[in-house]
Design a protein. Structure first.
Length: 68
C-alpha cells in the first residue's frame, strides 16, 4: 500500500495522486493541512521536512513528486 501525504492546493500532490490513479496503484491520501495526526505522521517519515507530497511505499519514503 502507498500513502500520499500532501495538501489539496499543492500541484505536486495533485500530480502524484493523478499519476497513481492513472497507473491504478492503490493509495491512501492524507491531507496534512486538515489532519494534525497526518501532519505528525508525515513529519516522522520525512525527518521533520515540511515539503509535500511525502509518498511512503513499502517503508520507503519519497519527498516530492517529479512525475516519473
Amino acid at each position: 500500500m502507498v500513502t500520499i501525504y500532501g495538501k489539496d492546493t499543492c500541484p505536486y500532490t495533485n500530480a502524484a495522486i493523478e499519476d497513481h490513479e492513472r497507473r491504478k496503484v492503490a493509495f491512501d491520501y492524507k491531507n496534512v493541512k486538515k489532519d494534525p495526526v497526518a501532519m505528525k505522521e508525515m513529519l516522522a517519515w520525512s525527518d521533520g521536512q515540511r515539503l509535500v507530497p511525502v509518498i511512503v511505499r513499502d517503508g520507503r519514503v519519497e519527498i516530492g513528486f517529479g512525475g516519473t
